[in-house]
Design a protein around this ligand. Structure first.
Ligand code: NAP
Length: 481
């Protein structure tokens, strides 16, 4: 291995910006490949009305770039996008990004390097690859008869068409996940009529929308210690407290969340509406939805929660199983993402010509959520089996990056020939992970995007403490020597 190895970074979202900044600080050479024309990942792609962070903004910040300017406890999406653009710019990594040129091929070569090829035909080789292409990335369109026959404007929530007028229109919204609930809150006061097609009721945790005052922001600006303490405390409460307790479906945390939602539901005078939006599974089984305006929105005269199954989509609206045609001007699909895609459809070929598509034919998985056997010196941030939904995604990426860099250091120092886990270690980790996942709240009897093709939660199922420990020190015995 050369003394000054180079890195190819795939994507320019939250985790990639982090990797680029850290590599720059460490003095390594790198190129970032981004298919779009701006950084930001999910926050660039998702611009739907009502989009906001649903974790505290002071957690959703890099530990090295805390932000005194957050406007709200959970700030709007556009502000988060600006934050990532600002951080990328202030660290001067914009110049190292090839925009509008997606990586289409990634091949481990005979001289033990990665050759990356982009859509434009540009080819570059690197010693290491960091792939952080996101999980909520490829929109999933619903498999509903007649979907393409709708005559009005129709788009997925992550492909919002801002040219389409919404005020006083008859809007249909399919989906009541985190996205659908935020859209409902934003469109309810604007739409002439909003038909929300709900397949499964959600536990929607009511929160207040708290804005930081100018005085608070000034304190954060002038007192870096205070800002750091806030970040630390929120991280601890969120990851070690909430994020870890909620893994256990029998925990007091889950009871408490349900009680909070039930209190809100009990205050709805309309028995039928209350029944429609009351879930019948354990809170936390699906990703919890957080909202400051859902309960108010669904009680508006102009909002209808439709629970009859969708039979088909017709040119003028949505036909439900009761035979009713819900006539619409606009149809929004907040139907989620293909969460098992990750880097795909990119072609990724590892040692001995092993194709990642074949390795992941059944389902994606990664040893410790970062590395894959037969794919040497290839690291994923927020990749398969990574903590998702219950821990801070930014802290997760920061810890995973440190883990990757520990391995890189050992390869550079000659302690490891390559950073590649053994098949046996990957199998053992996956077996243990699956056993633990079966005991989590995510497996207590609901349908969700957390479940793989076997109905087993694919995410990191252990407490945050274990994640921190594993990331702090790679088990070298699990890597090929
Ligand atoms: P999602 O959680 O997968 O929700 C998709 C919704 O569409 C569900 O209500 C689902 O119903 C419904 N649906 C899918 N196919 C359908 C069909 N054929 N017919 C009827 N309904 C259908 O997707 P999402 O709301 O976009 O959220 C995905 C994740 O993104 C969230 O869980 C969260 O992690 C993240 N997110 C975060 C924020 C934030 O503020 N940080 C905001 C938005 C999203 P079922 O429930 O019955 O499957």
């Amino acid at each position: 291995m050369r003394e000054n190895p180079t890195f190819g970074i795939i994507g320019a979202g939250m985790s990639d910006i982090l990797a680029a900044i850290k590599l720059q600080e460490a003095g390594y050479g790198f190129t970032v490949f981004e298919k779009a024309d701006r950084v930001g990942g999910t926050w660039r792609e998702n611009t739907y009305p009502g989009i906001a962070c649903d974790v505290p903004s002071h957690i959703y910040s890099y530990s090295f770039a805390l932000n005194p300017e957050w406007s709200h406890f959970a700030s709007p999406g556009a502000e988060i996008q600006q934050y990532f653009e600002r951080v990328a710019h202030s660290y001067g990594i914009d110049d190292d990004i090839r925009f509008s040129d997606p990586v289409v091929r990634c091949t481990w070569t005979a001289d033990d390097r990665w050759e990356l090829e982009t859509g434009s035909g540009h080819v570059e080789t690197f010693d290491f690859v960091i792939a952080a292409t996101g999980i909520l990335h490829h929109p999933k369109l619903p498999d509903i008869e007649g979907l393409d026959s709708f005559a009005g404007p129709m788009f997925h929530s992550a492909r919002w068409d801002h040219d389409v007028p919404l005020d006083d229109r008859r809007i249909g919204l399919i989906g009541t996940g985190s996205t659908g609930v935020q859209i409902t809150g934003a469109l309810a006061p604007r739409a002439g009529h909003l038909s929300v097609f709900q397949r499964t009721a959600q536990w929607v945790v009511p929160v207040e929308q708290v804005a930081y005052t100018e005085a608070q922001k000034e304190e954060f600006r002038t007192d870096a210690d205070q800002l750091e303490e806030l970040h630390e405390n929120l991280q601890r409460e969120f990851n070690d407290g909430f994020g870890t307790s909620i893994l256990d479906g029998d925990s007091e945390m889950v009871d408490g969340i349900e009680a909070r939602c039930r209190a809100e539901l009990a205050a709805i005078p309309d028995d039928e509406l209350r029944a429609r939006i009351t879930p019948t599974y354990r809170a936390g089984c699906k990703r919890l939805v957080i909202s400051h305006n859902w309960y108010e929105a669904v009680q508006r005269d102009t909002v209808e929660i439709v629970t009859d199954a969708i039979e088909r989509i017709e040119p003028t609206g949505v036909r439900t199983a009761d035979g009713l045609l819900h006539e619409l001007d606009v149809l929004v699909l907040a139907t989620g993402f293909k969460v098992d895609a990750f880097m795909r459809p990119m072609t990724i070929t590892g040692a001995d010509g092993v194709d990642l598509d074949d390795v992941w034919a059944q389902r994606p998985s990664a040893y410790m959520a970062v590395t894959v056997p037969d794919f040497p010196n290839f690291f994923m941030l927020n990749g398969p089996n990574s903590p998702v939904g219950n821990f801070s995604l930014i802290q997760t990426a920061e810890l995973q990056f440190e883990y990757a860099m520990d391995l890189v250091g050992r390869v550079v120092a000659g302690q490891l020939e390559q950073a590649v886990p053994t098949d046996e270690a990957a199998r053992r980790f996956e077996e243990e992970r699956v056993e633990a996942a079966k005991g989590t709240v995510w497996a207590t009897g609901c349908n969700s995007w957390y479940l793989d093709d076997r109905g087993i939660p694919f995410a990191w199922p252990f407490p945050f403490e274990r994640f921190r420990r594993e990331m702090a020190e790679p088990r070298l015995g699990d890597y090929e020597s």
